[in-house]
Design a protein around this ligand. Structure first.
Ligand SMILES: O=C[C@H](O)COP(=O)(O)O
Length: 214
């Protein structure tokens, strides 16, 4: 199971979370990555934790002021990137462009989607993974795995119908090891979570709890 911790724009200390994630990953032998703000990528990558960007734009080098260039986040230490997060929605053509840009830069890709139908559509673009996240559960206390298990099962099926090589992650409201275990039982091979760690009083303890059953 892969645990991808998205720090969004939460006012946490990205280096503190990254250091804890690095240590918990080493101690548990569970793959854990941290996805900070673009401006914090280098500091987070320097801790040694696997580091992901929250977004890359579809453009190449050139006159694209304000863009997040895939090559630049790779140079800053990112090994992967989210694309089309629910809070950073994109048109399908731009999702395709961002996946291609990420591949060009050697970044692993996880394309997010709201529901199983969208999961099928974005799986067809050939990312490494997709992540299903019902927007109404994001940032809440109810785990998608218990509040809406069918959306995870159906997303796994939708992706497999398009491309069996695309991994399926799920996210929204996941904060405990029991939630992670339940998501795995539904067929997810990764977890995308944010508030359960980024807003925790003790991020290290929250991470330890997440990996405990794995
Ligand atoms: O990127 C993470 C997801 O949007 C889930 O966020 P959450 O764990 O705060 O519900």
């Amino acid at each position: 199971m892969f645990i991808l911790v998205n720090l969004k724009a939460y006012p946490c200390d990205p280096v503190e979370v990254a250091t804890a994630a690095r240590d918990v990953a080493e101690e548990s032998d569970v793959r854990i990555a941290v996805s900070p703000q673009a401006a914090d990528l280098r500091r987070v990558a320097d801790t040694g934790v696997e580091t992901w960007a929250q977004h890359v734009d579809p453009n190449d080098y050139g006159s694209h002021t304000g863009s997040t260039l895939a090559e630049a986040v790779s140079e800053a230490g990112a090994e992967g990137t989210l694309v089309n997060h629910s809070e950073k929605r994109m048109k399908l053509a731009d999702i395709d462009g961002s996946v291609r840009a990420a591949e060009r830069a050697g970044l692993e890709t996880c394309v997010c989607a709201n529901n199983p139908a969208q999961i099928g559509a974005v799986a067809a673009l050939g990312p490494d993974s997709v992540a299903v996240e019902p927007p109404e559960l994001i940032g809440g206390d109810d785990s998608v795995a218990s509040a809406d298990p069918d959306i995870v099962r159906d997303a796994v099926e939708a992706a497999a119908n398009v491309d069996e090589d695309v991994e399926v992650f799920c996210g929204a409201g996941i904060s405990t090891g029991d939630d992670v275990e339940a998501a795995g039982d539904l067929g997810a091979t990764g977890i995308l979570l944010a508030s359960g760690v980024a807003k925790a009083d003790d991020p290290r303890a929250a991470l330890e709890d997440l990996v405990e059953p794995l």
